[in-house]
Design a protein around this ligand. Structure first.
Ligand SMILES: *[C@@H]1O[C@H](CO)[C@@H](O)[C@H](O)[C@H]1NC(C)=O
Ligand SMILES: *[C@@H]1O[C@H](CO)[C@@H](O)[C@H](O)[C@H]1NC(C)=O
Ligand SMILES: *[C@@H]1O[C@H](CO)[C@@H](O)[C@H](O)[C@H]1NC(C)=O
Length: 389
């Protein structure tokens, strides 16, 4: 099953990154982007995966828009904290790859780290968008995408699903190592679909919990010091990659606070009821096509998508293209190789990143702000790589 190998592929894809700092470019949208992370503890749930039966917790990152004139200082921020970065390096080494130590630790991005009082007051007007990563993946491997969406005017909350992600690292430096490969294979055994449904169900509950928390002033104050209002969570969006994409549509079907859901290239589980709000499947066009003709789980969910619905296909992409990886590989200046093409497809990495984030933004603009876009009515001259149906 494809999602199982995702983490391996991602590690592999960074093999050969040159040493030295990589700075992800500022996304250049109308807003600068503020950032914080937080460990949220759900007092109402025992973590079913925790051998010690503790409360379920979720690590989240919040990327929030700041009007340019309200941003008083930009800072360079580590793409991932140190343990996670070492994990990503070391994991490749375990597989017998010589990834230079410090590769992931050398990636940085730019955030607005000092926001004026007026900028903080303006926060409540931005719709919330949730993000859930692929199985075994880290939310941090999607931060550039989240930052891009935030710069268009969304408060984007990316989350890890504890024990599923290869490692989840907390602000105090502690961390939880996720399930091993053989346990993942046990959970995703196609003969026992109820196991997958159960993992998905915990993810949906994680997402609903994060959304509820963003509607609490105390939580928003910890994330954005000086905030005087919580977010308006009754009109939110959700996108995700791979199993996270399945999570997004499953949550959309169940939670009326969500007004739109987008699945980036993930086989779908957990939708057994009709969805009446905007929903989109964003897969792959030729030559590595993934669509509702060749994925029965997409054909099934398509029939449940009774509101506005679209299926998109990005040509010359692969499953791992729908992450930050293509952009980072491009920025690292790696020469084209069969390995990279096998993982990321034949599209230019920066171009792939631009197209995917453009369509994600247009979808949220439609679902949450009611802005119609020509991009969804058929082929686009600006983006001929996309097939719309
Ligand atoms: C990375 O660091 C570890 C531990 O310090 C070391 O064992 C390993 O050889 C290093 N790998 C590379 C590629 O430098
Ligand atoms: C994998 O994880 C399972 C469940 O936690 C555990 O029972 C098993 O011993 C682990 N296997 C390996 C090879 O570490
Ligand atoms: C899915 O891809 C195949 C292969 O390119 C194509 O024949 C089929 O028409 C596509 N289906 C949709 C719904 O786009």
């Amino acid at each position: 099953m494809k999602p199982l190998s995702l983490h391996f592929l991602v590690s592999l894809s960074f093999w050969g990154l040159a040493r030295g700092e990589i700075l992800i470019p500022e996304p250049g949208g109308p807003y600068a982007v503020g950032y914080n992370t937080m460990k949220l503890v759900d007092e109402s749930r025992i973590d079913p995966y925790d051998p010690g039966h503790g409360k379920r917790n979720v690590m989240m990152s919040l990327f929030y828009p700041v009007a340019r004139e309200d941003c008083q200082q930009m800072c360079s921020i580590n793409y991932m904290p140190p343990i996670t970065a070492t994990f990503e390096d070391g994991f490749a080494a375990e597989l017998g790859l010589t990834l230079p130590n410090g590769t992931f630790a050398s990636i940085n991005w730019q955030s607005c780290c000092k926001v004026s009082h007026r900028g903080i007051q303006a926060m409540e007007k931005f719709p919330v968008v949730l993000f859930s990563p692929g199985l075994g993946g880290s939310r941090l491997l999607y931060s550039a995408m989240a930052q891009k969406l935030a710069s268009a005017g969304y408060a984007v909350a990316t989350m890890d699903h504890t024990y599923e992600g290869v490692v989840v690292e907390y602000p105090d430096g502690s961390y939880i190592v996720g399930w091993n490969q053989s346990y993942l294979e046990y959970l995703f055994d196609p003969a026992f679909p109820e196991r997958v449904e159960s993992v998905l169900d915990i993810r949906v509950q994680d997402a609903q919990f994060v959304l509820t928390q963003l509607g609490q002033l105390a939580v928003v104050k910890s994330l954005i010091p000086g905030a005087t209002c919580a977010f308006n969570i009754g009109h939110s969006g959700f996108y995700g990659h791979s199993f996270g994409g399945a999570t997004a549509l499953a949550a959309l079907a169940r939670d009326h606070r969500l007004n739109g859901g987008l699945n980036l290239d993930g086989s779908q589980y957990g939708v057994n009821q009709d969805i009446h709000r905007p929903a989109m499947l964003f897969g792959r066009d030729d030559p590595h096509s993934h669509n509702r003709t060749n994925d029965a789980t997409w054909a099934a969910v398509w029939d449940h998508m009774k509101g506005w619905r679209r299926e998109l296909g990005l040509s010359h992409s692969q499953h791992t293209t729908f992450m930050d990886a293509p952009l980072l590989i491009k920025m690292a200046g790696l020469p084209d190789s069969d390995v990279i093409r096998g993982i990321l497809g034949e599209l230019d990495g920066a171009r792939a990143f631009e197209i995917i984030t453009k369509y994600v933004e247009a979808f949220m603009d439609f679902a949450l702000k009611g802005r119609r876009s020509e991009l969804f009515s058929g082929p686009s001259k600006a983006y001929p790589e996309i097939r719309v149906s």
